[in-house]
Write a protein that binds this ligand. Structure first.
Ligand code: UGA
Length: 451
């Protein structure tokens, strides 16, 4: 076959090496920056919190996320990744800007979009060349339209730009894995140019791409999180009924999950959903619905059922101990779920608050989240003590609570636990133990939706 010399192509901006800026290096932003660098892109991360940038530059993530530190170090070393304190410089140097700033919950349940607005204004002021602005934070539908309007209002020139939505679906605790092994990548765009750039960024995952318009992409994210929250609240409601009958929620969930239309995931009954996403996103969607005249009463109920989980759990503690005052209670698990140090909306916070009201003595243990929890509940001997191991927390306790299903608790030596507790009473908010086995060891055992 005749070899043809490739003709020298005129390079368009899309074909040149893409330089990506990631604005906001929280949980989503830091993982996004590190993983985009791992995909081979040139990435700059920036954040208003100086300490986060200093730590990142030193190869130390400010959060605990399995696999993150290793990839951070690797990509810093390779020169694929850098971090700036300076937002303006990041904006000017990057071709594509991923907006990963937080959208916290306002007291009325709406998402606070002021950080997104602030960043949009700064982008407008630094628009020195074509930029693609990609919104990655979970935001209400129509946010991209607002970003576009803000940039148009505040820019000093007529530089071209595009806005796109590329919602993030990673789960804390497996964020790096989720980013690098996505089940879908949603790209909401309104121009071919934006689509082409995003296709290039995600070239490795072409078969996972779903390209939509921007409103659709934004709504896919909100609808997905709210649907998963609904699944959890549904099984928790069923678990309330199981407690009044002879049914076992674990088996009900297993039986339901065998139907491929339902699927087995997110049917674990327990203390309900926490974290920075589900509680906030469910309430934000209720508000979006209200603003647009769509009644999301369904999601209001999802939220109510979720809040009820704490009361049901505390009632079990009272059922076991009657009077909580001066009782020594071990709390195992403080993070909102395993494999993270994140305590945002963790059930443990509400449970600690309830037990403090009753004036119990609390012994707390978590493999990763104790430093974060100390900022909220400082140590105070003897009322509230942080322990070095689950065994230390359980020593002399009148009851042990399982609040987060860390593997370390699943693997506890229950014979040893029984020998060190004052009263062998376990109240398991996550159904990690087999009731028959635990009882056979001599424990009084309470769990969620099971006898
Ligand atoms: C969630 C979504 O799963 C991600 O897809 C999404 O990207 C992320 O929110 C986000 O919007 O940023 P995450 O909050 O990290 O991820 O954690 P999940 O693993 O989804 O768990 C959420 C909560 O539901 C946890 O409190 C967990 O304990 C609870 N849960 C989960 C249950 O109570 N039962 C279950 O069966 C599953």
């Amino acid at each position: 076959m005749r070899q043809t010399k490739p003709s020298p192509k005129k390079s368009s901006p899309e074909e040149e090496k893409i330089k990506i800026g990631v604005i906001g290096t929280g949980y989503v932003g830091l993982v996004t920056a590190v993983c985009l660098a791992e995909l081979g892109h040139q990435v700059i991360g920036t954040d208003v919190v100086r300490e986060k940038i200093d730590l990142a530059l030193a190869g130390k993530p400010h959060i605990y996320e399995p696999g993150l530190e290793e990839l951070l170090k690797k990509n810093l070393k390779k020169g694929h990744l850098n971090f700036y304190h300076d937002l303006d410089k990041t904006i000017r140097e990057a071709d594509v800007l991923f907006v990963c700033v937080s959208t916290p919950q306002l007291p009325d349940g709406r998402a606070d979009m002021s950080y997104v607005e602030g960043v949009s204004r700064r982008i407008a002021e630094n628009l020195n060349a074509y930029k693609l602005i990609v919104e990655k934070s979970t935001v209400p539908v129509r946010t991209s339209a607002w970003i576009k309007r803000v940039i148009n209002l505040y820019r000093h020139n007529d530089q071209d730009f595009d806005v796109a939505s590329n919602p993030e679906f990673l789960r804390e605790g497996s964020a790096v894995h989720d980013f690098l092994h996505p089940d879908r990548i949603i790209i909401g765009v309104e121009s071919k140019r934006a689509e082409k750039i995003l296709r290039k960024i995600y070239a490795r995952f072409t078969e996972k791409l779903l390209v939509t318009n921007i409103d659709t992409a934004e709504l896919i994210k909100h609808a997905s999180n709210s649907f998963l929250a609904m699944k959890i609240s549904f099984i928790n409601l069923i678990s309330e009924l199981c407690e009044k009958t002879e049914a076992d929620v674990e088996l009900v969930a297993r039986g339901m999950g065998l139907d491929p239309r339902i699927g087995p995931q997110f049917l674990r009954a327990g203390l309900g959903y926490g974290g920075s996403c589900f509680p906030k996103d469910v309430r934000a969607l209720i508000h979006i619905g209200e603003e647009m005249g769509v009644d999301f009463g369904l999601l209001k109920e999802v939220d109510r059922i979720n809040l009820r989980r704490i009361r049901i759990f505390v009632d079990k503690i009272k059922q076991a101990l009657w009077i909580l005052r001066d009782k020594k209670i071990a709390l195992l698990g403080l993070s909102f779920k395993p494999e993270t140090d994140d305590i945002r909306n963790a059930p443990s916070i509400a449970i600690i608050g309830e037990l403090q009201k009753e004036r119990a003595y609390l012994r707390l243990y978590d493999p990763q989240a104790m430093e974060n929890m100390k900022k909220l509940f400082p140590e105070k001997e003897p009322e509230l003590v942080y322990c070095q191991s689950p065994y230390q927390a359980l020593e002399g306790a009148n009851a042990g609570l399982i609040i987060t299903e860390w593997p370390e608790f699943v693997d506890l030596d229950l014979n040893r636990v029984k020998s060190i507790m004052s009263n062998p009473i376990l109240i398991d908010g996550r159904n990690i133990f087999d009731p028959a086995k635990v009882r056979a060891l001599g424990f009084e055992y309470y769990s969620m939706g099971r006898k």
